[in-house]
Design a protein around this ligand. Sequence first.
Ligand code: ZN
Length: 146
Amino acid sequence: MGLEDLYQQIILDHYRKPRHRGELAAPSVEVDHNNPVCGDQLHLEVRLEDGRIAEVGHTGDGCSISQASASMMSEAAVGLPVDDAMELIEHFRLMMHREAEPDEDRLGDAIALEGVAKYPVRVKCALLSWMALKDALQTHTATTER
Ligand code: ZN
């Protein structure tokens, strides 16, 4: 099996069995993002505890890339300190714009989305959940710091 096929399998697996799908009992912050080009819609909830991402929950509808990406992002983000999560989001963004060599240790299964960078119209699908997480973390910081 080639690398592209393997990545396709990983994307399909996350699409069919999304991780961290659902709503949280007590989210610290929630955001709604959508990608009108494709019709992807995402509702993201995050619970923060002691400066770390304790829980992530996502709901919504969209194409296989956006759904799989939300699952992969959630898996990669849970447990991270907010600062590390912000760095990881930027790393993922750069990967999708082919401006960074993907770091598999940090990305986990999200490295499988690397191939999507070849299709500019799909890049926004892959980025949707990551930009939603960035927004959620920034919103939370803005509302808790004075
Ligand atoms: Zn899409």
